[in-house]
Design a protein around this ligand. Structure first.
Ligand SMILES: Nc1ncnc2c1ncn2[C@@H]1O[C@H](COP(=O)(O)OP(=O)(O)OP(=O)(O)O)[C@@H](O)[C@H]1O
Length: 259
């Protein structure tokens, strides 16, 4: 059984083919507890594919290890308790109440958590994303950002040591985006391994410890925001001008013009 409070993920020579295209090539990296990592890169670079592999949803070549154990040898229930995953897009299948959708995040624990504790954890997770007021609303009647916040509560409710979320803040207003990034920061500070695919480079620079930059399925850079978001690297990958600077002790990424 994997120790539930902290988890290192090793990814060695990971490759993935989808259709007739190789979308990930020899990705070599590791993700440590207490670290908030952003995976960035242009559209089609392979971010979602990488996250889906890390979550065990897609299987590629190479080795993926959770706490030194091959991911494909970890049973489904244990894997679900270990890793919470939020894909880029997910539409609700039926009109369940938001709190019931969040409670699905506790399914991997079955009856080992009693009803009262389940209710308390669901309420806490909804509060974390400022969504308590949505608890009884049918998920099919929520706005895009409201639904995303409820799905994020489902990601958090199980308290899994590994959190993987694909564009978690894409539909959120600016206040909820900041709140969400603070939540992920807190999760990392509590010892979780947190991996997010992000397009928002200023948010990645400000909140993440580490950035992986993907381009055409290859890992182009891996390091601190300052080391990765250099004008040269950003220019080469995104074809834009940019600036990375420190203001009041805080890293700031500023996008400039198209090159
Ligand atoms: N189901 C699929 N079948 C075949 N090819 C796919 C499939 N899904 C994605 N791809 C291809 O895999 C490559 C990587 O896609 P992926 O979704 O991982 O990129 P991404 O970096 O997450 O992009 P975005 O920023 O647009 O979300 C792209 O070239 C895409 O066209």
């Amino acid at each position: 059984m994997i120790e539930q409070t902290s988890l290192t993920v090793h990814c060695r020579n990971l490759s993935l083919t989808r259709g007739d295209r190789q979308v990930l090539q020899d990705i070599h990296c590791e993700f440590r507890p207490g670290t908030l990592t952003a995976v960035i890169g242009p559209n089609g670079a392979g971010k979602s594919s990488l996250l889906a592999c890390l979550a065990g949803v897609l299987a590629g070549g190479g080795d993926l290890l959770f706490a030194e154990r091959p991911l494909n040898r970890i049973g489904a229930a244990e894997r679900a308790q270990t890793c919470a995953f939020l894909p880029q897009q997910e539409s609700p299948a039926w009109a369940m109440a938001a709190e019931d959708l969040v409670a699905l995040g506790l399914l991997p624990w079955g009856r080992s958590i009693d009803r009262a504790r389940k209710r308390a954890r669901v309420a806490r997770a909804l509060a974390e994303v400022d969504a308590n007021a949505l608890a009884r609303r049918p998920v099919t009647q929520l706005s895009g950002g409201e639904l995303r916040r409820v799905q994020l509560a489902r990601l958090l409710v199980g308290d899994a040591p590994l959190l993987i979320a694909d564009e978690p803040g894409a539909a959120l207003d600016i206040r909820h985006q900041l709140q969400l990034m603070q939540t992920f920061r807190k999760q990392a500070e509590r010892g979780k391994t947190v991996i997010l695919a992000l397009h928002d480079l200023p948010l990645a620079a400000r909140y993440c410890d580490r950035i992986l930059l993907l381009q055409d399925g290859k890992l182009r850079a891996d390091g601190t925001p300052q080391a990765v978001l250099t004008p040269e690297q950003v220019g080469a990958v995104y074809c834009i001008d940019s600036e990375f600077r420190w203001r009041d002790g805080r890293p700031e990424f500023i996008a400039g013009d198209l090159i």
